[in-house]
Every structure is written in structure tokens, then in C-alpha cells.
Ligand binder design. Structure first.
Ligand SMILES: Nc1ncnc2c1ncn2[C@@H]1O[C@H](COP(=O)(O)OP(=O)(O)OP(=O)(O)O)[C@@H](O)[C@H]1O
Ligand SMILES: [Mg+2]
Length: 250
């Protein structure tokens, strides 16, 4: 599904990703854990196509397609989705207007018919009910004045609507209360399927009790230092990152 080879990325002369290699197979849920500042969010932005990053070397392939040659909107249309660590507030843009524009832009780019307003409202209401999102929230400007946890749920609502192929969740668990963590995890688990893969960035094993990963990768200093199964997250919880802070990838 997603193959990253020798990715080297800098921003303003600071090397952030240092020859990163990562493969996520079709249907797989891969977790990335790693110390603050190790480059996890940078990786998520580079996959999604945020500008400002200078890719010096390497490649990202989505089902063999060269992602780095595509604009951010083309990547979204190809099925790449990023749930932000810090979702942006967009004053003046209604949440429903935003969701409908995203959904229809992607459908159009894929040559599919746009949803009619009643179809769209049915889809949003269904997804919002599952995530226990208050309908009043949907009438407000996107994320404006939403609580931290409400913003995170809104990211997952977008994901549920867009049904992306490759989903990157950047610390979606931070700021969620215990019930919201379960609800959001159920939302993610419901989307697990062949033809769809997830990259779940998190600091806490707690999330991985709900969203049980197939693989766990430890990132440090812009590289994947170790790859293992779900037990690796338990080991990290017990031992911390001390052994990954220095030295080269194993
Ligand atoms: N615009 C920028 N200019 C300079 N350095 C930057 C810039 N953006 C990010 N960095 C640096 O890149 C490094 C990696 O940042 P990144 O946000 O990817 O880390 P992270 O692994 O997501 O950390 P966290 O766990 O705290 O979310 C950090 O040291 C950060 O200060
Ligand atoms: Mg981050």
C-alpha cells in the first residue's frame, strides 16, 4: 500500500527526516511511537503534501504511484488522509460547507457524481451519530471554539465520510476523554478493511489497547529505529526510549 524509501527531508536547513524507510501493507494498522521532536508529525505532513518541506532524497509510493509528484489535493483524491495533531480553526467556513466541499471535490477528481444535499446530510448524520457528535457542532464554523476533544472527533468524522485509502492519525488520542477515546477508536476500527491502511502516531499504549496495531515502529531522530508487533508498544511503555535516543537504526 505505502512504501517509503530513504526519505530525507529538511525545513529551513534543519534535517528532520534522515533516510526513513517504512512499508505499510494493504489492510495493515501500523503504529509509530517515538520521542517528542523525532519527526513523526513532519512525516505525516510530508505524506499529506504540506508545503514548506524540502524533500532532498527518497520516495513515497502509494500502490506504486509516486506521491511526492502529486499536489496535496491530488493526494487527497488518491485516498491519502491526515487527521492533524493540531486541527486548524477555520473562521467563516461552516463545518457542513467544508465537509461537503471536501467530499465532492474528491468524488469529482475520481470521476464520481457529486452527492446531492439530502444524500450528503444523511451521510454526515450517520457518521456523526456513530461518533456521538452533537449536531449543533456541525452548524458552527469549522473547529472554531471546539474543545480539544471535539476537534479530534471532527477529524475522525471527516475520515469516516471520505473513506480514505491511507489514513494517517497524528496523536488523535491526545485530548480525548476516556469515553471519546473508545468512541473514536471504534470509529477507526469500523473502517479497518482490505484496501485501507492506517498509520497511527501515538505516545501511549492506551490507544493501542483500543486500536490494536499489526505493527509498531519506533522513530527517533528522523529514522525508524525498530519495528515489531504490538508487544513492542508494551516494551516501550515499560522501558522508555533511552536505547533509541543515540546511535543508528538497527
Ligand atoms: N518550521 C520548522 N523550522 C525548524 N524546525 C522545525 C520546523 N518544524 C518542525 N521542526 C523541528 O522538527 C523536529 C520534528 O518535529 P515534529 O513535529 O515532526 O516532531 P514529532 O515527532 O511530531 O514530535 P511530538 O511527539 O512532540 O509531536 C522538531 O525538532 C521540530 O522543532
Ligand atoms: Mg507531532
Amino acid at each position: 500500500m505505502l512504501e517509503i524509501k530513504n526519505l530525507v527531508v529538511q525545513i529551513e536547513d534543519n534535517r528532520i527526516l534522515n533516510g526513513l524507510n517504512l512499508t505499510v501493507n494493504d489492510g495493515e494498522v501500523a503504529a509509530i511511537m517515538g520521542p517528542n521532536g523525532s519527526g513523526k508529525s513532519t512525516l505525516s505532513y510530508v505524506i499529506a503534501g504540506k508545503e514548506d518541506y524540502e524533500v532532498l532524497d527518497g520516495e513515497i509510493l502509494l500502490d506504486g504511484q509516486n506521491v511526492l509528484e502529486m499536489a496535496a489535493d491530488e493526494r487527497a483524491a488518491a485516498g491519502i488522509f491526515l487527521a492533524f495533531q493540531y486541527p486548524l480553526e477555520i473562521p467563516g467556513v461552516g463545518t457542513m460547507t467544508f465537509l461537503k466541499a471536501c467530499l465532492n471535490a474528491q468524488r469529482k477528481a475520481r470521476g464520481e457524481a457529486e452527492l446531492t444535499t439530502p444524500e450528503f446530510i444523511r451521510a454526515v448524520n450517520g457518521a456523526a451519530d456513530k461518533l456521538e457528535i452533537n449536531k449543533e457542532m456541525l452548524k458552527r464554523a469549522l473547529n472554531v471554539g471546539f474543545s480539544g476533544g471535539e476537534k479530534k472527533r471532527m477529524e475522525i468524522l471527516q475520515m469516516a465520510l471520505l473513506q480514505p485509502k491511507f489514513c494517517v492519525l497524528d496523536e488523535t488520542d491526545s485530548g480525548l476523554d476516556i469515553d471519546a477515546l473508545r468512541i473514536v477508536s471504534e470509529g477507526v476500527n469500523a473502517l479497518r478493511a482490505q484496501g485501507r491502511s492506517f498509520l497511527v502516531i501515538t505516545h501511549y499504549q492506551r490507544l493501542l489497547n483500543h486500536i490494536v496495531p499489526d505493527t509498531v515502529h519506533v522513530m527517533s531522530k528522523g529514522q525508524i529505529m525498530k519495528t515489531g508487533g504490538k508487544d513492542l508498544a508494551l516494551e516501550l511503555e515499560a522501558s522508555g526510549y533511552a536505547e533509541y535516543r543515540t546511535g543508528e537504526a538497527a
